[in-house]
Design a protein around this ligand. Structure first.
Ligand SMILES: CC(C)(COP(=O)(O)OP(=O)(O)OC[C@H]1O[C@@H](n2cnc3c(N)ncnc32)[C@H](O)[C@@H]1OP(=O)(O)O)[C@@H](O)C(=O)NCCC(=O)NCCS
Length: 188
């Protein structure tokens, strides 16, 4: 599977993160409330962002790869403003074929407007119907209420709790896993 990802929704253009996004990307990643349940800390740096962007696959992610996509306001003609509202990540499962994991971050100033849901719905639709995905999954810290609400609102099926099974930022934490098969998404 090749070709980079560019998606449009009513309000968004979704396309690979680029170097000009770095100041905004770093600013929201360093926000302690944003970093709290994520793999990075509030010391996320410009060098970290540069390495992430330089290490991105130029095409759709192969098994074991992740691609980070910028969410930008969409103009009336489908053009993308250079503004960065947040990002989603698509990861190709390293073991199971046609299986993808999604992640999402919205900059604090743009949370609470349904942008995460809008972006993830477009990504799920794209994965199932343009990329032949069989299964899409997401996971979140059990204390991260906004992401749990989001996964339920998206219609993902709760698959289980990894109860105090994740050593994360100095403590045992619980992960809630959600997933969806293509046929379940089609039957919504
Ligand atoms: C989790 C996170 C991505 C949610 O982002 P978001 O854009 O606020 O999420 P949603 O798209 O679900 O929108 C949330 C709210 O907008 C409201 N909303 C407002 N206008 C809306 C619209 N036009 N359409 C849909 N919802 C709208 C929804 O009702 C919802 O309210 P609620 O959460 O109080 O029930 C965000 O809080 C975040 O980035 N957190 C930090 C990073 C993180 O933890 N990410 C998850 C890692 S797995």
């Amino acid at each position: 599977m090749t070709g980079s990802v560019r998606l449009e929704t009513d309000r968004l253009v979704i396309e690979p993160l680029v170097e000009t996004d770095i100041p905004t990307f770093v600013a929201y990643r360093r926000d302690p409330a944003v970093a709290r349940y994520q793999s990075w800390g509030d010391d996320f740096s410009v060098a970290d962002a540069e390495a992430l962007i330089a290490g991105q696959p130029a095409t759709f992610p192969l098994p074991g790869q992740w691609v980070q996509l910028a969410l930008r306001p969409r103009g009336p003609a489908g053009d993308a403003s250079p503004v960065l509202l947040g990002d989603i990540a698509i990861g190709g499962d390293a073991v199971q074929p046609d299986t993808f994991e999604l992640g999402v971050t919205i900059a604090p100033a743009h949370q609470g407007a349904g942008l995460a849901r809008e972006a993830l719905e477009a990504a799920i639709e794209h994965l199932f119907f343009a990329r032949g995905a069989h299964r899409v999954l997401m996971q979140g810290d059990a204390r991260n209420e906004p992401v749990l609400r989001l996964m339920r609102r998206l219609g993902l099926r709760h698959e289980g709790s990894i109860f105090e099974g994740d050593w994360f930022k100095g403590e045992w934490t619980t992960l809630e896993r959600f997933a969806l098969l293509r046929r379940e998404w089609s039957a919504r």
